[in-house]
Design a protein around this ligand. Structure first.
Ligand code: NAD
Ligand code: UD1
Length: 341
């Protein structure tokens, strides 16, 4: 049985990836400290798949605990999702972000090397393209970032490049996600942000379910077709499937490598188009007002997704309507996320 270690496996993207791994016959071991997730997700994963994951509530900064997990299990590959991810918060507590995201990754890599586990799929982000590259973003573009969060992604990519140059047993896929949204079609798992959502789709969903009064559209004067920001939204189940394709490629290729892949649809939608699609999905109007631009935002970005298509044999299968339908099902059936009441 192939054992895959999933760090951050109770989080939004990790939980959806666990479902797809289990459904494709992998045995899944999750490490998460639950700092931004809820253990209830494990029951939901079990309900969907009729299988269970092996779960360790542990902090990746606890090297002794991580080492013991590697000793106990025969791990073939690691998918490394664990990390703090809020751009705004990272500017408030940058050292916490650097410690949590960078130190934990260095400790994980050390333990992996000790146990001769060199297959790694890493959660990177489109944020590594910074703000000066032309669109669509292509993997070979120069990297930079505008926030401490984004810099942790750029730095971890660099750690892994350097590790590979020094020791070619490393075999790494750097997956640069565009804007993951939606939820599992069962409505049992989905995004469960703490407090006020930072991102567009969960905010719209909370307006639709009556938890927020109205959406602020950040900027109506961008040089885009309707003046609002354009992003490459990707259904989280499509994204999860991209991880399976990356694992398969690491397993089957005859020579190790480190490769970056954009995981996006290759198509952008504006904020107003997302609102319209969500209104269609939930059957009611979404109240919104156009306000000033959010600091740090850029007008438009989307992926050149051709490398993932050619090399991972992966492409998105779901469109914006599917994303809104599943986000609405999750939100309307779980208005308080994984918390009761
Ligand atoms: P998430 O917060 O839902 O999941 C991350 C998980 O990591 C959480 O369950 C959290 O409890 C856990 N975690 C954090 N620090 C930990 C530590 N030190 N030890 C153990 N567990 C720890 O986030 P997500 O949206 O599922 O994102 C997963 C990964 O993908 C992150 O690395 C994120 O930066 C990256 N990413 C996310 C997006 C997005 O829009 N969601 C976009 C690009 C990249
Ligand atoms: C944000 C992060 C980015 C991260 C990405 C992952 C910031 C500045 N950037 O990107 O680093 O990789 O999430 O998902 O946080 N919008 C509104 N009203 C809202 C929320 C958003 O109009 O309440 C607009 C934004 O201006 C943007 C679009 O909706 O045009 C998408 O925003 P969001 O979901 O926050 O994603 P990004 O800004 O692309």
């Amino acid at each position: 049985m192939k054992q895959i270690l999933v760090t951050g496996g109770t989080g939004f993207i990790g939980s959806h990836t666990c479902v797809e791994l289990l459904e494709q016959g992998y045995q899944v071991i999750v490490i998460d400290n639950l700092c931004n997730s809820n253990a209830e997700v494990l029951n939901r994963i079990e309900t969907i798949t009729q299988q269970s994951v092996i779960f360790y509530q542990a902090d990746l900064l606890d090297k002794v605990a991580i080492d013991a997990i590697f000793t106990k299990h025969d791990i073939e590959a690691v998918i490394h999702f664990a990390g703090l991810k809020a751009v705004g918060e990272s500017t408030q507590i940058p050292l916490t972000y650097y410690h949590n995201n960078l130190t934990s990754t260095l400790l994980l890599l050390d333990v992996m090397a000790k146990h001769q586990v060199f297959n790694l799929v890493f959660s990177s982000s489109a944020t590594v393209y910074g703000e000066n590259n032309p669109i669509p973003y292509v993997e070979h573009f120069p990297l930079s970032s505008t926030s401490p969060y984004g810099r942790t992604k750029v730095m971890i990519e660099q750690f892994l490049q350097d590790a590979f140059v020094a020791d070619s047993r490393w075999n790494v896929a750097l997956l640069r996600y565009f804007n993951p949204v939606g939820a599992h079609p069962s409505g049992l798992i989905g995004e469960d942000p703490n407090g006020v959502p930072n991102n567009l789709m969960p905010y719209i969903a909370q307006v639709a379910v009556g938890k927020r009064d109205k959406l602020s559209v950040f900027g109506g004067d961008y040089p885009t077709h309707d003046g609002t920001g354009v992003r490459d939204y990707i259904h989280v189940v499509d994204l999860a499937l991209g991880h399976i394709k990356a694992l398969e490629r690491l397993a089957k290729q005859t020579k190790t490598s480190i490769e970056a892949y954009n995981l996006g649809a290759g198509k952008g939608y504006s904020v107003l188009e997302v609102i319209a699609a969500f209104e269609k999905a939930c059957g009611q109007p979404i109240s919104y007002g156009i306000e000033s631009r959010r600091a740090g935002d850029i007008a438009e970005f989307y992926a050149d997704a051709s490398k993932a298509k050619a090399k991972l044999e992966w492409q998105v299968s779901m469109n914006l309507d599917d994303m809104c339908r599943d986000a609405w099902k999750w939100q309307s059936e779980n208005p308080n996320g994984f918390s009761e009441g």
